[in-house]
Ligand binder design. Sequence first.
Ligand code: PXP
Length: 242
Amino acid sequence: MKKPVLLGVNVDHVATLRQARGARYPDPVHAALQAEIAGADGITVHLREDRRHIQDRDVLVMKETLQTRLNLELAVTEDMIKFAVDLKPEHCCLVPEKREEITTEGGLDVVGNEESIRKACQQLGEAGIEVSLFIDPSTTQLEAAKKVGAPVVELHTGSYAEACGTPALARELKTIETAMKFGRELGLTMNAGHGLHYHNVQPIAAIAGMHELNIGHSIVARSLLVGFAEAVKEMRSLIDKT
Ligand code: PXP
């Protein structure tokens, strides 16, 4: 029988709505706790250097209150690595970050930044944190991820998501399937995420060996109409049906 695919719920955009008014609500911590009750296997937040959505306080309170596990996404900078080493979340996912981008565009260039990423993996690993690298579905990036000592990768599904409804979709899905197989052969734990929603998640969840999907924007958007717990349950159920 196929192993269940884990669901990490990203609550960044609950904080986006709060920050739009500088209000106390909606609180991403409340959303995270509801997501856990509704069946999330973990909670993901991206503490961006510009603090545009998630704030330090959100991460600190989640670390104290979550029942599942915290996956902290962060850029490879000295300050952010220090923050993570001090906090010790269960997981960290290293991501590229540009101030002008709307969301994380493209994966981390592990090939071009081997030394700094190796050092970050080592520092986080020594603090007892499981590290993953957010990379494009490319064999060279997968080989580099293995080389720098990351036990886990998260494949960027943004190109697949953008190809939905176009003739490029089959090709993009194949690219992810091929990368998944290659990564598993290297002995990496394989996660995926970005741009996944209720109408495109199933072919990705169905790929053999998929360990975890990290999904945020579509769940937060749906929660406006059906409530946060229901939005998580519906996503969980689509994934479980693959
Ligand atoms: N995984 C990573 C590494 C991300 O940076 C993001 C976006 O913050 C996601 C998953 C979730 O993407 P989305 O919000 O499009 O579901």
